[in-house]
Ligand binder design. Structure first.
Ligand code: NAP
Length: 202
C-alpha cells in the first residue's frame, strides 16, 4: 500500500475548479496534508493540475525542494500530456502520472505508452467511469455474463492487463465493493476477451 495525495487544484464551489500552482501555496497544501494524514512524509505527492499562470519549473521545483527536505517521497503529476511530462522531468524525477482513463475513455493512450516505456506508474482516475462500468446492464453487460465476473472486476482486470505500470484507484464507500474490486487482480482475460472489450463504448 502507498498513501498518495495531490496539491495544486482548488474547488471553491460546485464545478468551480481552479489550478493554483504558486510555490508558497503548494508548500502550504503539503504541510496541511502532512498534518491531516498524520505523516512525517507523504509517500507520493501529485501536482493535481499544472497552473498555466506559473512556470512549470517553479511548481515542480517547489515539490523537489519539499522532497529534498524529506516531506515528500515521490513526485507525480496529474492530467498531463507527454510534452508536459518531459518538461517536468527537467526539474525532478517524476514517479507517476494520474490521468482520466478507463475502458470507455482512452484519450491518454499516448501518455500511457510513454510512461510504460520509461518505467513511470500510470494511475487511471475514474477507472470505473464513476461507476457506470460497474452497473448491471451497463456497457459491459454481455461480456460480464459470459465470463461470470462483475462489471467492476472486468473493467479493472482490463486496466491491469493493459499495462504493467497501471495502478487503478477505484473509489468506493462499501466494503463489499472493495472486496469485489480487489478480486479483479485475479481475473485473467483471454486475447479474445481483450479484443471484445476494445470495442466497448459508453
Ligand atoms: N486526478 C484527478 O484530477 C482526479 C479527478 C477525479 C477523481 N480522481 C480520483 O479517482 C479516484 C476514483 O474516482 P471515483 O471514485 O470518482 O470514480 P470511479 O472509481 O470510476 O467510480 C466510483 C463509483 O463506482 C462505484 N463502485 C466502485 N466499486 C464498485 C463495485 N465493485 N460495484 C459497483 N459499483 C462500484 C462506487 O459506488 P459505491 O460507493 O457504492 O461503491 C462509485 O459510485 C479517486 O481516488 C479520486 O480521487 C482524480
Amino acid at each position: 500500500m502507498i498513501i498518495a495525495t495531490k496539491a495544486g487544484f482548488t474547488r471553491s464551489g460546485p464545478n468551480d475548479w481552479r489550478a493554483v500552482g504558486r510555490p508558497e501555496y503548494l508548500r502550504q497544501q503539503v504541510e496541511l496534508s502532512l498534518r491531516h494524514l498524520g505523516l512525517d512524509r507523504i509517500p507520493l505527492l501529485q501536482l493535481h493540475r499544472i497552473d498555466p499562470k506559473v512556470p512549470l519549473a517553479d511548481q515542480v521545483g517547489e515539490l523537489k525542494l519539499l522532497q529534498d527536505e524529506g516531506k515528500i517521497g515521490l513526485i507525480g503529476l496529474s492530467e498531463v500530456d507527454v510534452d508536459e511530462l518531459k518538461e517536468a522531468q527537467k526539474t525532478a524525477t517524476i514517479a507517476s502520472v494520474q490521468n482520466l482513463y478507463n475502458l470507455t475513455n482512452r484519450k491518454s493512450e499516448a501518455l500511457l505508452d510513454f510512461v510504460e516505456a520509461n518505467d513511470i506508474a500510470f494511475v487511471p482516475w475514474f477507472p470505473l467511469a464513476t461507476g457506470k462500468l460497474a452497473e448491471p446492464g451497463g456497457p459491459l453487460g454481455s461480456i460480464v455474463k459470459r465470463l461470470g465476473v462483475s462489471g467492476s472486476q472486468l473493467a479493472l482486470a482490463w486496466l491491469l492487463q493493459r499495462s504493467p505500470v497501471m495502478l487503478p484507484i477505484p473509489g468506493t464507500s462499501s466494503v463489499d465493493h472493495l472486496e469485489d474490486n480487489i478480486a479483479a487482480a485475479g481475473v485473467k482475460l483471454s486475447a479474445d476477451d481483450v479484443e471484445a472489450l476494445s470495442t466497448v463504448r459508453s
